[in-house]
Design a protein around this ligand. Structure first.
Ligand SMILES: [Zn+2]
Ligand SMILES: [Zn+2]
Length: 777
């Protein structure tokens, strides 16, 4: 019976369904009280999720991790950076979120130090290892801040099977709300001779009073009925069956099982299972579940097989509209139902044991289990959303912008007469007067002559800057070389989820399996925080398959991060510094290296290799993908920031040698001569354009470019096509565009996919995009 004043009017646990559609990350759980909030796990996309559903992360006090790995903590660095930003702006700059996790949380924190300010992570709390193989963990660690938590006692114990590395430790959290004091029993009060109502009130508050009729002192215990025990919620994450075995034998839970002596006060009301389906379906796990007679089981990883509702509905809505307008550049986002190969690989359905008293349901996004007030105890589906379908989005679009149907028809005509040459296409002014004529001096470059559709496709996975937003994820570009694999240029948080949205669940696995190289521009989190998740997935997909570690090319700091991170989980990669892939380094290597076969020995991440050897390996890997070079060049942003040039090999076209294409990506930068030099004669220049034209001063202060500046770089370099990206998130959907300067330009949207063969048409679509966004520019 504690703390009457802190009895919450409302309390609940809620499933935050990050990754429930894309299945690339573990969902989070929110434990919410009037004045205290806990989030369990922070996989990639959590920030984006919370923006979508208006959950205020600034109000989160504690982040509790069930495990430390890319799946459960991928969103943590970005989250901490954002929270630090929010809180620096306010007066309570000391009020950092507390992080709780197993001992290897230290390893993650060490790795994050390379790019997250140390101060942001000062409130880190390790839940210590206890027990041993001989004595299963008895010990339950109570989580306490300086004080106890106001609304709840949270205790935790570790599952750490001896046959596993300490890095595979997982944590079970036991959350017990405080008991509610009983009410004054009127019969007992009468018997004690009490008549004055104010005295009853005082007794209720725990204060003794003098009886009105009898000559006695009445103590609250004399008249107050039994307390209502606080509800209990367990958060359980067993990554493997041995973990489940340890869970079953953990004495730490003995007091909570239905057959225990103390069960009256320790009734477990709700268990949220974050364990994977394969473990949940195992006999040992089922046996453990049956130990709770009256608990509501919520199966967090049991994705319904035909889950087609996109969790991030706002961006899905835009993607659907873009697809309606121009399916060639904006592929079908109705995820994942259209990828017919997904059916057989969808997560196995969790069969909830029915033969016992166990009561379990599959989690749904935003599903709640109410804990307070006591009369509402139980499942609460009021926040679970209705299924959204793409046809609803399109109906909405057609009523909002009726002209869009004609626009879509006009755009389709660009593809219907493939024999038309460039001049004819740009002459077709009559079809729609918004088409901007393209000056004839930009004739189609030789590398596009008779180019096949399976040569190159540029897929924009994230086109926003700094923080993942509702409509734009942070930087990542997938360079699709089709049967020859692909590359990633930058890899912000959520890159894997975006790949799943673009290629479906198994399709994205294929992409990751066939990655040749990952290139990172600079150390800012919006460009690489998704790296570990991609590398970890690749490691898992290639387990038992003969393969070589993947090359990650990046600035030194990214290398330092990876070096620390692999102490936490193996990423099966080799790191090469951007400075070792400059043009002069390529020239040197190619000159000296005509005799010896490059990179003939098997690569192993454990053997340190010098940068020249690694560059030779890169050359070999690129060669297999039909590429000549990947050249990094310094740009003007932060220390050690780079842009990149990709050059493909020459090809034969009807007996004639046709030069390869050249794609340049600026990374984050001020407009600079380095980008211009690198982009001379480029087929595609992808340039950042963080700010609108009015914000030059801000662009200078933050070392970014405006739209106009980016276009000027493209002009100076004579790039055939310029695609703008990395827009400030202050422009929620699309930045204001300058008409006159957009003649060979397009702006990127998330999931936009530009096939090399469609480059001539690309700028013609832009005016129609303006039509699409005319109401919310
Ligand atoms: Zn950036
Ligand atoms: Zn940056």
């Amino acid at each position: 019976m504690e703390r009457n004043k802190d009895q919450n009017t409302q309390a609940y646990v809620q499933i935050l369904g990050t990754g429930m559609d894309t299945q690339e990350t573990s969902p989070s759980v929110l434990l919410c009280f009037d004045h205290e909030r806990f989030i369990f796990n922070a996989g990639e996309g959590l920030q984006r999720f919370c923006t979508e559903y208006k959950i205020k992360l600034s109000q989160v006090d504690h982040i509790c991790l069930t495990r430390v790995c890319s799946e459960t903590t991928g969103g943590l660095p970005g989250l901490l950076l954002t929270l630090a930003g929010i809180k620096n702006g306010s007066s309570e700059s000391d009020d950092h979120v507390r992080i709780w996790g197993p001992p290897n949380l230290d390893l993650l924190v060490n790795a994050m130090k390379t790019y997250v300010p140390h101060a942001v992570m000062t409130k880190k709390n390790i839940i210590p290892q206890s027990g041993s193989a001989l004595a299963p963990p008895l010990y339950v660690e109570e989580l306490r801040d300086v004080d106890k938590f106001k609304a709840v006692n949270i205790s935790a114990f570790l599952l750490s099977p001896t046959q596993f590395s300490p890095n595979d430790t997982s944590i079970v959290y036991i959350c017990k709300l405080h008991d509610i004091r009983g009410k004054v029993d009127i019969v007992k009060a009468k018997a004690c001779g009490l008549e004055d109502k104010r005295k009853l009130g005082q007794l209720q508050k725990g204060i003794s009073v003098k009886s009105d009729l009898l000559d006695i002192e009445v103590h609250p215990d004399d008249v107050i009925g039994p307390p209502i025990p606080g509800p209990i919620v367990l958060i359980v994450d067993c990554p493997t069956e041995p973990h489940a075995q340890e869970l079953l034998s953990a004495q730490a839970l003995d007091a909570y099982y239905s057959d225990s002596q103390s069960n009256f006060t320790n009734v477990v009301n709700c268990i949220i299972h974050l364990s994977p389906a394969t473990v949940v379906n195992s006999p040992v796990y089922e046996k453990w579940m049956r130990k709770f007679d009256s608990a509501q089981h919520i199966m967090g990883r049991a994705t319904r097989k035909h889950e087609t509702t996109p969790i991030l509905a706002s961006s899905a809505r835009i993607a659907t509209r873009l697809h309606y307008l121009c399916p060639q550049f904006f592929p079908d986002p109705s995820f994942p139902s259209v990828q017919n190969d997904d059916d057989d690989v969808a997560a196995p359905n969790i069969k909830v044991p029915v033969e016992s008293s166990v009561c379990g349901i599959s989690a749904e996004n935003l599903l709640k289990f109410a804990l307070r007030p006591p009369r509402k105890l139980g499942l609460d589906r009021s926040c679970v959303q209705n299924t959204m379908t793409s046809s609803v989005f399109i109906e909405e679009l057609l009523s909002e912008i009726p002209e869009i149907a004609v626009a879509a028809k006009n755009i389709r005509k660009f593809w219907h007469k493939p024999e038309e040459d460039e001049v004819e296409l740009s002459d077709r002014q009559d079809s729609n007067d918004v088409v901007i004529e393209e000056p004839s001096k930009f004739s189609v470059p030789k590398c596009l002559e008779n180019v096949q559709r399976d040569d190159l496709e540029i897929v924009f996975l994230g086109t926003g800057s700094s923080i993942p937003s509702k409509y734009r994820n942070v930087s990542s570009i997938y360079v699709n070389l089709f049967s020859k694999g692909g590359l990633l240029l930058d890899c912000g948080e959520g890159t894997l989820a975006q790949l799943k949205r673009r290629y479906g669940i198994s399709g994205a696995d294929t992409v990751v399996r066939n990655l040749r190289c990952i290139w990172i521009s600079h150390i800012h989190a919006d460009h690489h925080a998704g790296l570990a998740r991609i590398l970890a997935l690749r490691r898992d997909l290639l387990k038992g398959v003969e393969h070589e570690p993947i090359l990650v090319v990046g600035p030194e700091k990214v290398g330092e991060f990876l070096k620390e991170y692999i102490k936490l989980e193996d990423l099966d990669m080799l790191f090469l510094d951007c400075w070792s892939t400059t043009r002069s380094k390529w020239d040197n290597t190619e000159a000296e290296d005509n005799s010896s076969q490059p990179c003939s020995k098997k690569l192993k991440p454990s053997t340190p290799l010098d940068d020249i050897t690694l560059l030779k390996c890169l050359r070999k890997v690129l060669g297999e993908a039909g590429l000549m070079r990947l050249i990094s060049f310094p740009v003007v942003h932060c220390d050690d920031a780079f842009g990149v040039v990709l050059e493909s090999a020459d090809r034969m076209n009807y007996g004639e040698v046709v030069p390869g294409w050249k794609v340049v990506y600026s990374g984050d930068t001020r407009p600079c001569s380095e980008v211009i030099d690198a982009s001379l004669g480029a087929t595609i220049l992808i340039h950042e354009a963080t700010f609108e034209d009015g914000l030059v001063e801000e662009a200078i202060a933050r070392n970014h470019s405006t739209i106009k500046e980016a276009l000027e770089v493209g002009d100076s370099a004579g790039a055939y096509r310029v695609i703008l990206t990395h827009f400030s998130q202050r422009y929620p959907k699309v930045p204001a565009l300058v008409e006159v300067s957009m003649r060979r330009t397009s702006i990127a949207f998330d999931l936009m996919s530009v096939n090399l063969a469609d480059l001539p048409v690309l700028p013609k679509v832009l005016p129609y995009l303006k039509l699409l966004f005319r109401n919310n520019g």
